[in-house]
Design a binder for this molecule. Structure first.
Ligand SMILES: Cc1ncc(COP(=O)(O)O)c(C=O)c1O
Length: 348
């Protein structure tokens, strides 16, 4: 199957497996694993922060960050379809005691005005406050959309002026940086904390990092222990991360080019794909005009040999390019998908 369901389906390459096999390891929980320490150092530098801490998943990195930024009863602002609100099982409330306020966004982005309005002092007085805002870049549920730098900068600056902490769910921030041709630090250093995921476009089996100031990351260590995320010979996994940083970052541009090429071909075949929205490695396909139910469409595609996945939007399917997808895969998918969905239908 040409598996375009997600960039999380990648498996380690032979070279990554060799790096894993050669890893020098130690007790990570005692901060004695040299490979983990090196990965943390490199990611802190890459994201423009003083320090970083290695964690098993990006979900845990986000959840640790939220615990640093608020007390129970405080409010967290985020775009309503963001990962922290939709897919993390209410962790913001369960772990940090935060009340979450999901704001309607455009392309996964919220505005300065929304942050200002929502942060107005509450009727309960100073004790109940909006403590933090979390932004997602690239934005998963918006189809891998990228925040324009000036908009991002304005929202973060406004949050800081209002006394809010700003967290970046940058699980795919390297996709954003590559798409914009800027350093990852240009995006991530504006935030108090930033999550980076290793197991998506970077192709690692697992792992994520949370970056921030030395003080915040020291506090994050306590939360990491509390979550049960302090590990032992984790250098086995961190070695994959170092390999990915050295070999799998620039190539994200290939994933983006393949997504554009797939989107172009599907659009040319008459399928409803909005080319303007293809900014990174996601292609969104709206099946509403095809008169097909979502599950039926996905089943037909699977049978024909192409894996797509559903999204939060009931009629929208997505295809995600990644390390395991070649130019030939894209060419074949571009033939198979329109046939399986019964189109040469005109759009509309
Ligand atoms: C934007 C974003 N943040 C965080 C995560 C969480 O990653 P994980 O499932 O590895 O915890 C994901 C996963 O898809 C994501 O898309």
């Amino acid at each position: 199957m040409i598996d375009l369901r997600s960039d999380t389906v990648t498996v380690p390459t032979a070279e990554m497996r060799a790096a894993i096999a050669a890893a020098v390891v130690g007790d990570e929980q005692k901060r004695e694993d040299p490979t983990v320490l090196e990965l943390e150092r490199r990611v802190a530098e890459l994201l423009g922060h003083e320090a970083a801490v290695f964690l098993p998943t990006a979900t845990m990195a986000n959840q640790v960050a939220l615990k640093l930024h608020g007390r129970p009863g405080d409010v967290l602002l985020a775009e309503e379809h963001s990962h922290v609100l939709v897919y993390e099982y209410g962790g913001a409330a369960a772990h940090a005691g935060l009340m979450t306020r999901g704001l309607p966004g455009v392309g996964g982005r919220i505005t300065v005005e929304q942050v200002r309005t929502e942060s107005a002092p509450s009727m309960k007085g100073a004790d109940q406050r909006v403590a933090a805002v979390s932004l997602e870049n690239t934005h998963n549920n918006a189809g891998g959309r990228v925040w324009p730098l000036d908009e991002l900068g304005d929202v973060v600056q406004t949050a800081h002026e209002l006394g809010l902490a700003a967290h970046l769910d940058g699980a795919r921030v390297l996709n954003a940086a590559v798409a914009q041709g800027v350093t990852p630090a240009t995006i991530a250093s504006r935030f108090d904390t930033a999550t980076l995921c290793l197991s998506k476009g970077l192709g690692c089996p697992l792992g994520a990092l949370l970056a921030g100031s030395g003080d915040l990351i020291e506090r994050a260590w306590r939360e990491k222990h509390l979550f049960g995320g302090a590990m032992r010979q984790a250098g086995i996994v961190a070695a994959a991360g170092i390999h990915a940083l050295e070999h799998h970052v620039e190539r994200l541009a290939d994933d983006h080019a393949r997504a554009r090429s797939l989107a172009g071909a599907l659009h040319a075949a008459g399928l409803p794909v909005d080319l303007e929205q293809v900014e990174t490695n996601f292609v969104q396909l709206d099946i509403a005009p095809l008169g097909l139910a979502r599950d039926e469409a996905l089943a037909r595609l699977r049978e024909a040999g192409v894996g797509l996945s559903s999204t939060i939007h009931p009629t929208v399917l997505r295809a995600v390019t990644h390390l395991g997808i070649s130019d030939e895969d894209v060419e074949r998918a571009a033939e198979i998908v329109p046939r399986a969905l019964g189109s040469a239908l005109p759009v509309g």
